[in-house]
Design a protein around this ligand. Sequence first.
Ligand code: ATP
Ligand code: MG
Length: 558
Amino acid sequence: MTDSDKTKTEDAPRDFIRELIRADLSAGLHDGIVTRFPPEPNGYLHIGHAKSICLNFGVAAEFNGLCNLRFDDTNPAREDEAYIRAIQEDVRWLGFDWGERLFFASDNFEQLYDWARHLIKQGLAYVDDLSPDEIREYRGTLTEPGRPSPHRDRTPDENLDLFARMRGGAFDDGAKVLRAKIDMASGNINLRDPVLYRIIRAAHPRTGNAWCIYPTYDFAHGQTDAIEHVTHSLCTLEFEDHRPLYDWLIENLPVPARPRQSEFGRLNLGHTVLSKRRLIQLVEEGHVAGWDDPRMPTVTGLRRRGVPPAAIRDFIGRLGVTKSDGLVEMSYFENTIREHLNPTAERRMAVLDPVKLVIENYPKGKSEELEASNNPTDKSAGTRIIPFARELWVERDDYMDDAPKKFRRLTIGQEVRLRFAYFVTCTGVIRDANGNITELRCAYDPETKGGDAPDGRKVRGTIHWVSAAHAQSAEVRLYDHLFAAEEPGKERDWLDDLNPGSLEVRTACYVEPALADADTAVQFERLGYFAPDPDSAPGALVFNRTVSLRDSWAKAKG
Ligand code: ATP
Ligand code: MG
């Protein structure tokens, strides 16, 4: 390591994975480290995967190593080319670059087949005719040892012949498997002759129909790590019990490198689910609009919602890497998003539940261009022009009849500030036949232009508005937690925990003209952070609420 590398790693996060890598490097085990992110292309990436991505690409960068993007495409029954493309897009959007190091486990099928034959020749693997159910039954339990299959003592020659015929298509799906011959009495069930190959007739996204036998995760993963010269194979805790098998295969095969597997705790997030199986079900059963529904914890959903990738990286960095699974509160993630958007998101005005406000003493037909700051926390964000006129839209709940003293907004006789514009005093309301308010009537003070009174008098509140003649119509989609329960499925069926109020669509909103060409998340003053949705069309804007200004769930809980 050079001196500049040292400074780089001294500022870097410290955790047991990084300590282990540091120790391996100072022991001289490797010249440099290689990690990999190994998604199975059977679904979209979620924020749990983002943790693995940040860790694998993060440590590679910190130690001047390399990180591979490897598709673990060994189960064609559930995999799809569309997922392969989406996963690459998501990893790139998160801010990581694998350069030329894009690999597919399936590129190694021929090598893996050869290595399976190697095990057979050593007497370390055999073809078994037991059905999947029988294999399970013979395997025993945590308290009882397994029993040997009647086919366990086939000779290597017989096994080589049967294995070749498995490859050649001589047997039906599920009729035979190749198993490692390890120890049917092992305390670790993963070592009781685990299955290495099964017969699956399904077109593979890359190898098509070239194969009808496919290696299992256990047989493919470590060997692919070795082929790619991965030094540190980082995976989640559920693979801890597989590590002895991982090591057994590396030891018994003529692999070109000796990767080491280490396990870390997975990310679990409250009020959502992070399991591909469940996310697929949400999409297929129509509980959400798709993988990129902004309520989904998928990377593509978070992107559509307006979450900046830096907020995701920062959130994961703050959680750190530990040896245990934990449940992280959604509000912690949302706070990180607010922290990122507050200094960067430009301010705009939008009215989501509009009622007309008419300034009776403002000349009909007149309009003015007022200057508004784009971000009070960042002067360099500059200003924009907002049009002002006699008729405005304001929020319906910014007016109240017979308001209590602490109500600081519009009520008859009370003066308030229109943000960036003038002081107005409400003088009356107009109602329809049902008693619903159709208009608020006001008088303004022309001396208060810009929102300050020359005589120094104060107002109790400031409200946002848009000019009725200049506003753009918009649809605004308000999102809440996808699941009402913090841990879906803990008390009842997980689908019963879906939050029926997770989406509220407001179709009759008005936004200031500058929002017509918004291309990134902004803050709607007083309301929250919102991002333009791809459903937007010219004249038909759609915005997604990324996150509210404050944590309303914390408030609701008291
Ligand atoms: P799921 O459990 O959601 O179905 P998976 O583990 O089957 O996901 P893979 O495509 O195999 O999905 O995952 C790729 C990598 O991401 C693996 O190394 C896996 O350990 C890691 N990973 C998956 N979920 C999480 C999580 N919640 N937290 C951290 N890492 C995760
Ligand atoms: Mg997996």
